[in-house]
Design a binder for this molecule. Structure first.
Ligand SMILES: *[C@@H]1O[C@H](CO)[C@@H](O)[C@H](O)[C@H]1NC(C)=O
Ligand SMILES: *[C@@H]1O[C@H](CO)[C@@H](O)[C@H](O)[C@H]1NC(C)=O
Length: 185
């Protein structure tokens, strides 16, 4: 199991930014949000059914200037069993960086690439400074853009937090399974 995790982490680093045939499917299980000040950032998210699939929806209202004080940090964990104590951090992470740097490193290729079809997120050229307003995410399915092509089966947890004028973030958990028709070439 360790080597599979290692493999998935390495391929994650190698394939980050590329798109192609991924070997995995996933099902979102839960998403929890928090905000230290709803008057600055109000964030609600939930998992719902859409036919046979589980998808997630969210509403995020930004009412503050996300400037150089705004920092973003993200960590991905995996657990073969899904038990809370088994989650281990993977090498893939978003190091604590300014929101402006996050826009350069991740917004275009990961956030916007995956969430554009289901949200009203601003185009990358207009993402910094981030326009205040309400962003809705409706029945989102992550296509896998900017994510690794190969991931080990198990449970994955992503924790994304933003600090600065307000502490806001989310924890999302998904179960990853190998596509039944996928083969190593
Ligand atoms: C990121 O850095 C800021 C200040 O530089 C700090 O307040 C914040 O706690 C850090 N975030 C994380 C998740 O460590
Ligand atoms: C985003 O993707 C493009 C095209 O694949 C690539 O040229 C660029 O280097 C990527 N940017 C980052 C920050 O990874």
């Amino acid at each position: 199991m360790f080597s599979r995790l290692l493999l998935s982490s390495i391929t994650l680093l190698l394939f980050n930014g590329c798109s192609g045939a991924r070997n995995w499917d996933y099902e979102p299980l839960s998403i929890e949000t928090y905000s230290s000040d709803d008057s600055k950032a109000k964030f609600e998210a939930w998992v719902e059914r859409d036919g046979r699939n589980h998808v997630f929806s969210a509403e995020l209202t930004i009412s503050y200037e996300m400037d150089e004080r705004t920092m973003i940090q993200g960590t991905l964990y995996s657990s073969y069993s899904g038990y809370e104590d088994d989650y281990k951090p993977l090498p893939w992470s978003i190091e604590n960086q300014t929101f402006q740097q996050f826009v350069i490193d991740f917004y275009t290729n990961v956030s916007y690439a995956n969430l554009k079809p289901c949200s009203n997120l601003p185009e990358p050229a207009n993402a910094y400074p981030f326009p205040m307003g309400t962003y809705t995410f409706t029945k989102c399915e992550v296509s896998g853009e900017g994510l690794p092509e190969i991931m080990a089966e198990g449970y994955y947890k992503i924790v994304l937090s933003s600090t600065g004028q307000v502490d806001v973030g989310f924890t999302g958990i998904a179960r990853v399974t190998t596509k039944s028709d996928w083969r190593y070439y």
